[in-house]
Write a protein that binds this ligand. Structure first.
Ligand SMILES: *Cc1c(COP(=O)(O)O)cnc(C)c1O
Length: 359
């Protein structure tokens, strides 16, 4: 069997070693005579999986003890609502930095629940750049400041988080979590759907500073209250057991490679290869993002015409590349190069880009 040259934006490539391990353990997990999918979430075996996934994530991301790690459902999209439900404070604004479609969606949901305003926006500029910090307009008394650390659709990324010591920083890290070293203490809350850098879809990771749990009100629906999940080590109701098991395997794989520092180094190398292919093409390929805001995870570019883009994508497909079409809302091309995408596949793509432009 030949593995695809997979540049999907999400769900996305998983490490081959993880898939093989899962295959080996699928029908009979550690001599239980059962698949993980078939066992009780209250069993000793599953509790072990749940605990070690949480412990490994804490170690790999250096998450301090004053933070809770939660495994939830509903994707990052449900967090667009859960964040304001739990963190808004009466009489204070929630601030949102608009850097793309996901940030817009997060703001839309927040506005349904309370006062939420735009602190800065890159929209007029076609979301080619992360707004500069001096553009941020904040009152001291805000409830929180929300950012999207990596903009999956436009291919931009915050390289330094905004500094806002008086307001908790909330970050949607769905498409760059664990791709680089992050100082968790800079954030009040981090959330991410697993299906880009951490595993399959179905599980959403939330990392929340414990003092912020005090903001949740007793009138919240039980399942939408962070405290419910914090109190029950994310086992209040039936969790997505298979997704959490695969998350654990991905974390073990990351650990075996040397952890987040090693992943970050490789991610930089991979991004450099593709941005060089764009920059050295004499305008044959054009990067969407401004240089200083370029994402290490999603490399977005256009060709000179729709016609040429179509030919490029068709030839790429014939060669086994998949997932290279840009998001339906922006067109062009996008190569998503998350943690699990091997550098060899990136080299093959850069080579194809060169050959295609020469031809
Ligand atoms: C993919 C993505 C989402 C949406 O995630 P779901 O799990 O589908 O809800 C939200 N934010 C960002 C930055 C994303 O990349």
């Amino acid at each position: 069997m030949k593995r695809a040259l997979n540049f999907n934006a999400g769900p996305a490539a998983l490490p081959e070693a993880v898939l093989k391990r899962a295959e080996k353990e699928l029908v009979d997990y550690k001599g239980t005579g059962m698949a993980v999918m078939e066992m009780s979430h209250r069993s000793k075996e599953f509790e072990e999986i749940n605990d070690s996934a949480q412990k490994l994530l804490r170690e790999l991301m250096s998450i301090p003890d004053d933070y809770e790690v939660l495994f939830l459902q509903g994707g990052a999209s449900l967090q667009f609502s859960m964040v304001p439900m739990n963190l808004m404070i009466e009489g204070k604004q929630a601030y949102y930095v608009l850097t793309g479609s996901w940030a817009e969606k997060a703001l839309t949901e927040a506005k349904r629940l309370g006062p939420a305003v735009i602190a800065a926006s890159g929209k007029e500029n076609g979301y080619r750049a992360i707004p500069s910090l001096s553009e941020l307009k904040l009152e001291q008394s805000g409830a929180y400041l929300h950012i999207t650390t990596n903009n999956t659709i436009y291919g931009t990324q915050w390289h330094v988080p905004p500094s806002c010591p008086d307001i908790p920083l909330v970050a949607d890290m769905s498409s760059d979590i664990m791709s680089r070293q992050v100082n968790i203490s800079d954030y009040g809350l981090i959330y991410a759907g697993a299906q880009k850098n951490l595993g399959p879809s179905g599980v959403t990771v939330v990392i929340i500073r414990k003092d912020l749990l005090q903001r949740s009100k007793d009138t919240l629906p039980t399942m939408l209250d962070y405290r419910t999940h914090a109190k029950n080590t994310s086992l209040y109701n039936t969790p997505p057991t298979m997704a959490i098991y695969l998350l654990k395997l991905v974390l073990e794989w990351a650990d075996s490679l040397g952890g987040v520092g090693a992943l970050e180094k490789q991610n930089k190398e991979k991004a450099d290869i593709l941005y060089a292919a764009i920059d050295e093409s004499d305008g044959f390929y054009n990067g969407h993002a401004e240089h200083a805001s370029r994402s290490l995870m999603n490399v977005t570019f256009t060709l000179q015409s729709e016609e040429r883009t179509k030919t490029f994508l068709a030839e790429a497909k014939n060669l086994g590349f998949t997932g290279l079409a840009g998001h339906r809302s922006v067109g062009g091309c996008r190569a998503s190069i998350y943690n699990a995408v091997p550098i060899e596949h990136v080299e093959q793509l850069a080579l194809f880009m060169k050959e295609f432009s020469n031809k």
